[in-house]
Design a protein around this ligand. Structure first.
Ligand code: SF4
Length: 74
């Protein structure tokens, strides 16, 4: 499970697996959204999606990667 205040980036709205993901903290997530990071539009952490549906459940993080470190491909 992700550490508190860290989220898997991106977390797909439909729950599908992503090829490349890592963990980010909230300020980094907000910064990326302001910069229109291309993965944000289909992410469950997108502010627009969270406003309508609430925050996604914490996702398990394979391998316990550190902040900013790429997650292993499954
Ligand atoms: S909203 Fe964007 S920056 Fe935040 S977790 Fe999702 S993809 Fe990453």
């Amino acid at each position: 499970m992700a550490e508190p205040n860290l989220q898997v980036c991106p977390t797909r709205i439909d729950g599908s697996a992503v090829l490349f993901a890592h963990k980010v903290d909230r300020p980094r997530c907000q910064e990326r959204q302001r910069q229109r990071y291309h993965k944000c539009f289909t992410c469950a952490w997108n502010n627009s999606y969270v406003a309508k549906h609430g925050e996604p459940a914490p996702a398990p993080v394979p391998g316990g990667a550190a902040l900013g470190e790429p997650l292993p491909v499954s």
